[in-house]
Ligand binder design. Structure first.
Ligand SMILES: [Fe+2]
Length: 196
């Protein structure tokens, strides 16, 4: 289930909203032109399913999005903890890649098959931290300033949609705001505490 936290974007960010309410989240995201949709999570997909099986399980939904939005390239990105000695290094490197504020000249569209990650959307003097989980399809319009945190123990599988396949490039803004806003580990811990 999606979890949204909204912060002010000043030197000392303040929390404006924390919610799991789907209607409240949709309304808050609409203000910044971000669309969050939900698909029925496919049943019977094994935990170690590869790209082909995952795309097959969601073929109808994926086709619909491609038809509506004109995407030409779809793939599956996934990262899961393992016991290999280089896991901590790989996890840290993957996390670091898009952990600073940036934009893209294509939309950033992600469907979470499993696991979770937080998109931080910086617009209109606020930061919307959208914790996405299985079933969530988030569409971030091109040129939206944002960053992504998968946490210190990355664990997710996501379908990605692109308008072209010439690589996924981030234009980094140099703004250090990402270091002032609570990170993935902090937000997920706060959410767990709230639920108790
Ligand atoms: Fe991005």
């Amino acid at each position: 289930m999606t979890y949204l936290t909204v912060y002010t974007d000043g030197e000392r960010p303040e929390t404006l909203l924390e919610t799991e309410d789907a209607a409240e989240i949709a309304a808050a995201l609409k203000e910044i032109d971000v669309v969050l949709r939900h698909w029925q999570v496919a049943e019977g997909l094994p935990e170690n399913a590869g790209q082909e099986d995952i795309l097959a399980a969601y073929a109808a939904e994926v086709e619909r999005v491609i038809a509506e939005e004109g995407y030409t390239f779809v793939d599956v990105a996934q990262l899961h903890p393992d016991d290999s000695p280089d896991w901590p290094e790989r996890a840290a490197a993957a996390r670091q890649k898009f952990l600073s504020e940036h934009t893209h000249d294509d939309d950033e569209v992600r469907y979470f098959v499993s696991g979770s990650g937080i998109f931080y959307l910086h617009a209109g003097g606020k930061v919307h931290a959208v914790l996405c989980e299985a079933g969530d399809l988030l569409s971030v319009p091109r040129n939206t300033t944002h960053w992504f945190d998968m946490g210190t123990r990355p664990d997710f599988t996501a379908i990605r949609f692109f308008h072209d396949d010439d690589g996924w490039i981030g234009d980094f803004t140099g703004d250090t705001i990402a270091s002032r806003i609570p990170d993935f580990d902090t937000i997920t811990a706060a959410r767990a505490a709230r639920a108790r």
